[in-house]
Design a protein around this ligand. Structure first.
Ligand SMILES: [Mn+2]
Length: 312
């Protein structure tokens, strides 16, 4: 059975505490459990103080078969940052702007940009599947969106890894592949009705809101579908959204996601959807969170397991 682990963002000390708490031990340099397999939901890097160690732990586990993993938006961006554009030599698939550098600089400094280790990590990131599905559960970094997964599957191999030839298109705004990856790795956003906007945590006006994509049915209002911190939700109107705006979720099997920087006490989002990102990189109340799945079709709060951010 599987222990699904949310976004780690460079916090290796907490990762080791969480693995230890769940009964994993380091044997010959690889963390492993006698009966269980770990499953990482992506976002290993950026933000935290021990990014190289996090990748080394996870990579060794995946390569030895003691864990599986999917790709997060931070690994996706890391690959694009490091990939020269074949059509514009000297340019990169993710532009080296100050804003993009700010999000990634700590990783580049820790790994050594252009080093052998950097290129090993990029190769490993490229080998991560975009999504994963078995007979009885599903895993994706941000949003299980069947239509978009179908678009992506035209660009992946039998393991759901992006084909080498598709990386350029994956970085090109406006292509179906780019749009599909945006949703699957970064979440579904919908436009607020009537030209409305709200202020994000930086005070910038925004007209799109991240949505609880798994909801279905009609008569939802903007404030009930918003996947946002309370201060944002309080700014949102009780206005209806288009009935077709959300893909909904088929509830055939549980799906595990990360990505959303949740706070508070870990619990399922619904009987079939669990988000395991509890903001380990946040200064206040950060947790690294897992779900210990024993094959149940409906998720339960008791199976969450987490550690708090350590003091440094
Ligand atoms: Mn993410």
């Amino acid at each position: 059975m599987y222990d699904l682990i949310g976004d780690i963002h460079g916090y290796a000390t907490e990762l080791k505490s969480l693995l230890d708490k769940m009964g994993y031990r380091e044997v010959s340099g690889v963390w492993q459990h006698p009966e269980r397999t770990a499953f990482f939901l992506g976002d290993f890097i950026d933000k935290g103080p021990e990014q190289v160690e996090v990748v080394q732990i996870a990579k060794a586990m995946v390569q030895s078969g003691s864990a599986r993993a999917v790709m997060g938006n931070h690994e996706f961006n890391a690959v694009l940052w490091a990939s020269e554009d074949p059509l514009n030599p000297g340019q990169y698939l993710r532009s080296h702007t100050q804003k993009n550098l700010d999000q990634h600089q700590e990783f580049l400094e820790e790994v050594g940009e252009g080093s052998k280790l950097h290129s090993e990590f990029i190769d490993w990131f490229k080998s991560l599947p975009i999504y994963w599905e078995s007979g009885d559960f599903r895993v994706v970094h941000a949003c299980w969106h069947p239509q978009n997964l179908e678009v992506i599957s035209e660009h992946t191999d039998s393991e759901n890894c992006l084909l080498e030839a598709s990386w350029r298109e994956s970085s090109e705004k406006g292509t179906p592949l780019f749009e599909a990856l945006e949703t699957v790795l970064k979440g579904l956003e919908i436009k607020l009705p009537d030209g409305l906007n709200f202020l994000d945590k930086y005070g910038h006006p925004r007209s799109n809101i991240r949505a609880k994509w798994w909801l279905s049915g009609s008569h939802h209002t903007v404030d009930d579908i918003a996947l946002a911190p309370l201060p944002v939700i309080q700014q949102l109107p009780k206005k209806s959204i288009d009935d077709n705006a959300l893909p909904g979720y088929d509830r055939m099997k549980p799906v595990f996601v990360g990505h959303y920087w949740l706070t508070g006490t870990p619990a399922p989002m619904s009987k079939h959807v669990a988000c395991l990102d509890f903001s380990i990189a946040a200064d206040h109340d950060g947790k690294l969170c897992a779900y210990r799945w024993d094959g149940e079709g409906e998720l339960v709060e008791n199976n969450f397991c987490y550690v708090s951010r350590h003091r440094r």
